[in-house]
Design a protein around this ligand. Structure first.
Ligand code: PEP
Ligand code: MN
Length: 352
């Protein structure tokens, strides 16, 4: 439920309401709005009784239940977009964020060449898998810790932030020492032990949609991370499995505005896994900007033909630079739209 305090409610009144919420069996997630304190309460308790009694507590303006099953990540509890700051980049805010890099970290030469090219073309965050969740146990499984060291070196050389995937909760703390953002991949979207462990981290987490998962399931997985204590979650649409076989997955771009109606979390798009085909990536990247995504994740490799994983869906360095140049007018429009949206939200807050 969402408890909105009256404007000017005292600290004692707020503390009292928080204690009462806990007595009803809920956990308090206090959100201090600019105008008034809004307290989010989640958990399992006697909702009807809690609402009735909290409504009559001193300093309370309204108490409303949250209708969605996902609570902390819902737009109901927080209408304004979440902005996740990473290395000077405002993901979900006024920056369109491009994450790029190879599917797998393969060698120092490969990751450094890619990192320099990503940075020169305007990418802000370097991706690279060190622990790879491969469908076949005979496929390359990643360089593991050596891959993490190479990512760190690429960060030192370029200043790019690092995102890398973690596939087991036992590796999480170690990976978090190297990564600025932890990636939970499609195959692990419903690995609840991993989600809870990611919820205990003080690091942003990018959660990819499972290829057979609904938006509601994705949001409930994000809720696992948020309700364990980590609100810095970024969602990523990376395509779902359909009857189509020409593309590797079907990139569900309608999920972008749909998720943004339901959640305040940023939503990125990965057209590389979403299509599986290099030729389709620039067009789907433009479409992702146009439908209001908060950013992109793109696979890039200096020589896709030699890539140990996902070569057919990787852009080469020049292809990535070209795509970034072609995106510029679209991103300029995107920024205008975000600014207009922020200005009208500020107007509405003033009128309240
Ligand atoms: C990846 O980003 O390298 C990856 C494995 O993606 P997904 O989890 O979306 O398949
Ligand atoms: Mn990949």
């Amino acid at each position: 439920m969402i408890v909105s305090m009256k404007r000017g409610a005292s600290r004692e009144e707020i503390d009292h309401v928080c204690r009462r919420i806990e007595q009803f069996g809920y956990r308090v997630h206090s959100i201090n709005g600019a105008e008034r304190v809004v307290i989010g309460a989640v958990g399992r308790g006697d909702l009807t009784q809690a609402i009735e009694q909290l409504e009559s507590a001193a300093g309370v303006e309204t108490v409303v239940p949250i209708s969605q099953p996902f609570k902390l990540v819902s737009r109901e509890i927080q209408p304004a977009r979440s902005v996740i700051r990473v290395n000077g980049c405002r993901i979900g805010g006024g920056d369109f964020t491009v994450i790029a890099g190879p599917c797998s970290v393969e060698s120092e030469e490969q990751i450094l060449a890619t990192a320099h090219a990503v940075q020169a073309a305007g990418g802000r965050i370097l991706r690279g898998g060190a622990f790879k969740p491969r469908t076949s146990p005979y496929d390359f499984q990643g360089l593991e810790v050596e891959g993490l060291r190479l990512l760190r070196k690429a960060k030192e050389c370029t200043g790019l932030a690092i995102i890398t995937e973690v596939i087991s909760d036992s590796d999480l703390e170690m990976v978090a020492e190297y990564a600025d953002i932890i990636q939970v991949g499609a195959r692990n979207m419903q690995n609840y032990a991993l989600l809870k462990a990611a919820g205990r981290l003080d690091k942003p987490v990018m959660l990819k949609r499972g290829f057979a998962s609904t938006m509601k399931e994705l949001l409930l997985s994000a809720e696992y991370i948020a309700s364990t204590g980590n609100q810095r979650v970024i969602l990523c649409e990376r395509g779902i499995r359909t009857f189509e076989t020409y593309t590797r997955n079907t990139l569900d771009l309608a999920a972008v505005p749909a998720l943004q109606e339901l959640t305040h979390l940023p939503v990125l798009v990965d057209p590389s896994h979403g299509t599986g085909r290099r030729s389709l990536i620039p067009a789907m990247a433009r479409a992702a900007v146009a439908c209001g995504a908060d950013g992109l994740m793109i696979e890039v490799h200096p020589c896709p033909e030699n890539a140990v994983s996902d070569g057919p869906q990787s852009l080469d360095l020049e292809g990535f630079a070209r795509m970034m140049r072609e995106l510029e007018p679209y991103i300029a429009l995107w920024k205008q739209q975000r600014e207009a949206e922020n200005a009208s939200a500020a107007d509405a807050a003033c009128r309240q």
